[in-house]
Design a protein. Structure first.
Length: 320
């Protein structure tokens, strides 16, 4: 569905002799197969939005080649637009419009008839739990309902490839979980391919078959969520001791099984340990033998945020 090679975009700042080139995207290769849900993650300023704007024809690449939904990005941009659905982060509904009218008008802009747009729109309202909203002003809808309306607008012309730009930003947990179901249904019930950007790592973990991480304009990782998490060395073992005297004993003991450095923060001692759960019984016996008194112990499997920290040197949450 998406094949991009060496896709790049530069911007220029200043005037004439003082102009400086800024490489927002430095030649990325992207491959998305039909039926995949692919997550695209990156810190602010990493090139994520620029890449998305290029793939959706909103920005012209300065180098590289790409086909999107089977059409050449450079020579067939109109056909690309006709073949994809795009749901922007900010949404596209007018607060003064009627929900059903927004859907019909959007469908007609894609060249389908008013009757077709109405039929498709009502089907989408039913599928996206928007029953009874057809004649409602969009300003009266909840945040979750408006987001589902945005998705319906992106689907009214029945695209096989859908771009979702941070679709759940600003929603409460219940509305986010509800929207996750509908995003999954795009593939399972409609056969759509989904290209998703998000700042929520749990969202990427739950929804995506594969995740790509972009940083400083280049893709630094591309794999399944589980495979990416396996690249982080070991489980995080955190020990909370009862006194300052116990910190040194616990740190020295934990160092014997740690994959890397042992960190201390007050009474908290932590390190990554390969197969932390398996190592735990021997570690507890060693801590007892060393005379280290524990208040609590926690073993945490690697998360996508750990992957992000490993790949980019910063947490995605810190980059928001």
């Amino acid at each position: 569905m998406i094949q991009a090679t060496g896709l790049a975009r530069s911007f220029f700042t200043g005037r004439r002799a003082g102009r400086a080139e800024v490489k927002a995207v430095s030649g990325v290769d992207i491959s998305v197969a039909e039926g995949e849900i692919v997550g695209f993650l990156g810190p602010n300023g990493a090139g994520k939005t620029t890449t998305l704007r290029m793939l959706t024809t909103l920005l012209t690449p300065t180098a590289g080649h790409a086909t999107v939904a089977g059409y050449d990005l450079a020579t067939e941009p109109v056909k690309v637009r006709q073949a994809i659905g795009y749901v922007s982060q900010s949404g596209s509904t007018s607060s003064q419009a009627i929900a059903g009218s927004e859907i019909v008008d959007h469908g007609m802009l894609y060249g389908i008839s008013k009757q077709q747009a109405t039929t498709r729109g009502r089907e989408l309202f039913d599928q996206l739990d928007l029953d009874g909203m057809w004649n409602r002003p969009t300003k009266t809808l909840s945040g979750g309902q408006r987001r589902r309306l945005d998705i319906a607008m992106g689907l009214v012309h029945d695209p096989k490839l859908v771009f979702l730009d941070e679709p759940t930003t600003g929603l409460d947990p219940q509305a986010r979980a509800n929207l996750w179901t509908h995003i999954s249904d795009l593939r399972t019930k409609r056969g759509s391919t989904v290209f998703l950007t998000t700042h929520y790592l749990d969202e990427a973990d739950a929804l995506c078959d594969r995740i790509m991480v972009i940083d400083h304009g280049v893709i630094v990782a591309s794999d399944t969520p589980n495979q990416l998490k396996r690249q982080v060395s070991g489980d995080l073992v955190s020990l909370t001791v009862t006194s300052e005297e116990d910190v040194a004993r616990a740190a020295a003991t934990l160092a014997t099984v740690a994959e890397g450095d042992v960190a201390t923060d007050g009474l908290l001692v932590s390190a990554r340990v390969r197969d932390g759960g398996v190592a735990m019984p021997d570690l507890l016996r060693a801590l007892d033998a060393a005379g280290a008194s524990l208040e609590s112990i926690e073993v945490r499997r690697p998360t996508l945020d750990d992957v992000f920290l490993t790949m980019t040197g910063r947490s995605l949450r810190e980059s928001e």
